[in-house]
Ligand binder design. Structure first.
Ligand code: AFP
Length: 375
C-alpha cells in the first residue's frame, strides 16, 4: 500500500497547523483496518474521517486491491485543493479573465480553466495506475504510463465546469469519471479505454467550489460528501451516504431557452409550475451544472438541460459531465436520462460528445418520462 504517500497528501497545505485541542484525525491503520473504533475517545476532540481514510475503507470491497486506487484518487484530491486555493484568491491574483485561446468546444478558455487543467494533468500523470487522461480542455486524450503493466484506469474530467461564472464570484466545479481498462485490451487502444458507457464507471465524483469546497464521490457503493476543512487542509466526511429526496420543491433549467425546447419539456415544466404535482415548484438556476446538481442532490427536484433548436443534441458533455453526475444521482436514489434512455446506457462515439441531461428525484423523473412518452 501507498499509505505513507497518502497520509502526506492529507497534511495541511496552508502551513497552518490543525488545532489538536478541537480536531483530531483517526489514525490510518497500516493494514487499512477498521476506522470505526476511536482508540482515544475524549470529549475534547472531534474525531474526523478524511476522504483518504474513507477511500481506503471502500477499496477493500475490491478483491486484491493494492492501494493504487486510493493513490489515484489522492491525485484528484490534491489537484482540487490546489484549484480551490486559486479560485479562493481569484480576485487578488492575475488569474481572472480569458486566456485568449478557444478550446475544442469552440469556447473561450478562461485562465482558471487552463490552470485547473494543468494541475489535474500534473497531479494525475504521475500515478502509474493511470494510462489515459482525457479532459474537456484537450482535443485528444493524453496517454500516460499507457504501456506500464500497472496502468489500469482512464480518468476523464472537466477541470472547471461553469467557468463563465468565475469572474462574477459564482460557484464553479470539477467533475471526474474513472473507467477501467477493458478486459483483454492489450494494445493500448485509447478509444476502447475511453469510449465506454457510463454504467462501466468504477468511480465518479465532483468538487463544488462554493461557499465551502465540497467533494462528492462514489465507487458504486453509495454517495459520500466531504467538506474541505481549510484549517486542516483535508477533505473531511460531512455527508455520509447521501440520499436524494424522492421529491423536491425546485426545478433548475435555463428558462430563456424554453421556446426552443421540444414540446414535452414545456409541458413538464408547466406541470411543475401548476401545482398539479402537490405544490408549485420554485425555480433555481446558477448556470454551473455542478452547483445546480449539488442543490438537486441535497434538496431533491430536477435539473434539466434539454435539447434546444441550436443544440439539438444538448449542450453538456456525456463523458465528463453527464456520466459522473448520472452515476452519483443513481447511487443516491435518483435518476438521469437524455430524454430517450438512461444516460449511463449510452454508448459514446466521441470523447467530446454532447447529450441532453435531465437528472433528479424519482417523483419528478417518473412524471417527466410519462409526459415525454405522450408527447
Ligand atoms: P461554462 O463552463 O462555459 O460556463 O458552461 C457551463 C455549462 O457547461 C454547465 O456547467 C451549465 O449547466 C451550462 O453550461 C450552462 O449553459 P447555459 O448558459 O446555456 O444555460
Amino acid at each position: 500500500m501507498n499509505v505513507g504517500r497518502q497520509q502526506r497528501e492529507e497534511t495541511p497545505m496552508t502551513g497552518t497547523q490543525p488545532d489538536h485541542r478541537s480536531v483530531v484525525t483517526t489514525e490510518i491503520p497500516a493494514h487499512g483496518g477498521s476506522l470505526e473504533a476511536d482508540p482515544y475517545p475524549t470529549q475534547a476532540v472531534r474525531p474526523i474521517v478524511t476522504v483518504q481514510q474513507h477511500i481506503l475503507q471502500e477499496q477493500k470491497r475490491f478483491p486484491g486491491a493494492s492501494g493504487e486506487f486510493s493513490w489515484l484518487l489522492s491525485g484528484i484530491t490534491l489537484a482540487t485543493k490546489m484549484i480551490q486555493a486559486e479560485v479562493r484568491r481569484a480576485g487578488l491574483t492575475d488569474i481572472l479573465g480569458s486566456h485568449g485561446n478557444v478550446n475544442v468546444q469552440g469556447e473561450v478558455q478562461q485562465k482558471l480553466d487552463v490552470y485547473a487543467n494543468e494541475v489535474l494533468m500534473h497531479c494525475l500523470s504521475v500515478r502509474e495506475s493511470i494510462g489515459i487522461l482525457a479532459s474537456e480542455e484537450n482535443e485528444r486524450p493524453l496517454t500516460v504510463n499507457l504501456h506500464s503493466p500497472h496502468a489500469k484506469y482512464a480518468v476523464i474530467f472537466d477541470p472547471l465546469d461553469g467557468s463563465s461564472n468565475i469572474d462574477v464570484n459564482v460557484s464553479v466545479g470539477t467533475t471526474f469519471s474513472i473507467l477501467k481498462r477493458p478486459d483483454g485490451e492489450t494494445t493500448g487502444d485509447v478509444t476502447q479505454w475511453v469510449l465506454q458507457p457510463g454504467s462501466r464507471q468504477v468511480a465518479a465524483g465532483y468538487i463544488v467550489y462554493g461557499s465551502s469546497t465540497i467533494l462528492v464521490y462514489t465507487v458504486g457503493n453509495g454517495v459520500h460528501g466531504f467538506t474541505l476543512d481549510p484549517l486542516v487542509g483535508a477533505y473531511v466526511l460531512s455527508h455520509e451516504n447521501m440520499q436524494m429526496p424522492t421529491q423536491g420543491i425546485y426545478y433548475s433549467v435555463n428558462e430563456a431557452y424554453q421556446n426552443d425546447f421540444p414540446p414535452g419539456y414545456v409541458k413538464f415544466l408547466n406541470r411543475l409550475r401548476s401545482g398539479e404535482m402537490g405544490h408549485h415548484y420554485s425555480s433555481r438556476y446558477i448556470g454551473s451544472m455542478v452547483a445546480d446538481f449539488h442543490r438537486t442532490l441535497l434538496k431533491g427536484g430536477v435539473f434539466l438541460y434539454p435539447p434546444t433548436v441550436s443544440n439539438p443534441r444538448g449542450k453538456l458533455r456525456l463523458l465528463y459531465e453527464a456520466n459522473p453526475i448520472a452515476m452519483i444521482a443513481e447511487q443516491a436514489g435518483g435518476r438521469a436520462t437524455n430524454g430517450k434512455s438512461r444516460v449511463l446506457d449510452v454508448q459514446p462515439g466521441d470523447i467530446h460528445q454532447r447529450t441532453p441531461l435531465i437528472v433528479g428525484s424519482t417523483v419528478e423523473m417518473d412524471e417527466l418520462e410519462k409526459v415525454l412518452q405522450k408527447s
